[in-house]
Write a protein that binds this ligand. Structure first.
Ligand code: PL3
Ligand code: FE2
Ligand code: FE2
Length: 251
């Protein structure tokens, strides 16, 4: 009796193992060929976007600190993480033998960058936080979560480390906006109306290149909406307000 049980357990183990192997196999079949010219061509733009995005995120947290001086230490920490992310993604490009198209990436961010700078000059902290800590971070989280599923092993490991930090960044913006909701709600809604459509445009712009990396557009949108809606809910907005805000992406 005892013996029989053992055998059954071992059989179960064995068949589990097989299932895992088969799964890994089917999965790896779906991974793109990282060495083709078309992969590298798309990667030169996507990699640049990510590198530029991390650099701008760094600069933005440093700028935000000028509006909340007593948060200087915390914001400097976040900014440092962004530089680490930039280094990590630079290594990913180097590892694949790809040169990042930084000029393309600068253009890609220019509109959003401009809006952030205007808000900064005016001292509109809520708008700055919405742009960087909510919209850009949710965009990064969606992209990185999807990328992890189809990345080369080197990039996968780096991206897994990065995405954990991005949740901290999203959380930072979330907590500040939550604490100040009564005084910043109106500005939050207005800034969202202007800037969410830009994120949607950026997603559309990157979709073709992303699909060459086996990243699906619908999946990217889905991941974005999850991070975005979760955050707005945590900030304390109700379902109707969140629906109204999300609607800005489709009109
Ligand atoms: C915030 O910490 C960083 C902001 C970066 C924004 C990234 C947007 C990425 C869109 C492109 C999707 C491809 C992801 C692939 C990663 C190499
Ligand atoms: Fe980052
Ligand atoms: Fe970040």
């Amino acid at each position: 009796m005892h013996n029989e049980l053992k055998i059954t357990d071992m059989q179960t183990l064995e068949s589990n193992k097989k299932t895992t192997e088969e799964f890994a196999n089917t999965n790896s079949l779906k991974l793109p060929d990282f060495t083709t010219d078309s992969y590298k061509d798309a990667y030169s733009r996507i990699n640049a976007i990510v590198i530029e995005g991390e650099q701008e995120a760094h600069d933005n947290y440093i700028s935000i600190a000028t509006l909340i001086p007593n948060e200087l230490e915390e914001l400097t920490k976040l900014a440092r993480m962004e530089m680490k992310h930039k280094k990590g993604f630079t290594a990913c490009g180097r590892n694949l033998g790809v040169e990042a198209d930084m000029e393309f990436a600068k253009k890609f961010f220019s509109k959003l960058h401009g809006n952030f700078q205007i808000a900064l000059e005016k001292g509109n902290l809520t708008t700055c936080l919405l742009i960087q800590a909510i919209l850009i971070e949710a965009f990064a989280i969606s992209a990185y979560n999807v990328y992890i599923r189809v990345a080369d092993p080197f990039a996968k490991k780096i991206t897994e480390g990065v995405v954990k930090d991005e949740y901290l960044h999203l959380n930072y913006g979330q907590e500040w906006l939550k604490e100040n909701l009564s005084s910043c709600k109106e500005e939050l809604m207005e800034a969202n109306k202007v800037n969410l459509p830009l994120i949607k445009k950026m997603l559309d712009e990157v979709a073709d290149d992303a699909s060459v990396l086996a990243m699906d557009r619908e999946e990217l949108m889905e991941e974005f909406m999850i991070a975005y809606q979760d955050t707005l809910l945590e900030i304390g907005l109700d379902n109707r307000e969140i629906a109204r805000m999300a609607m800005a992406a489709i009109v």
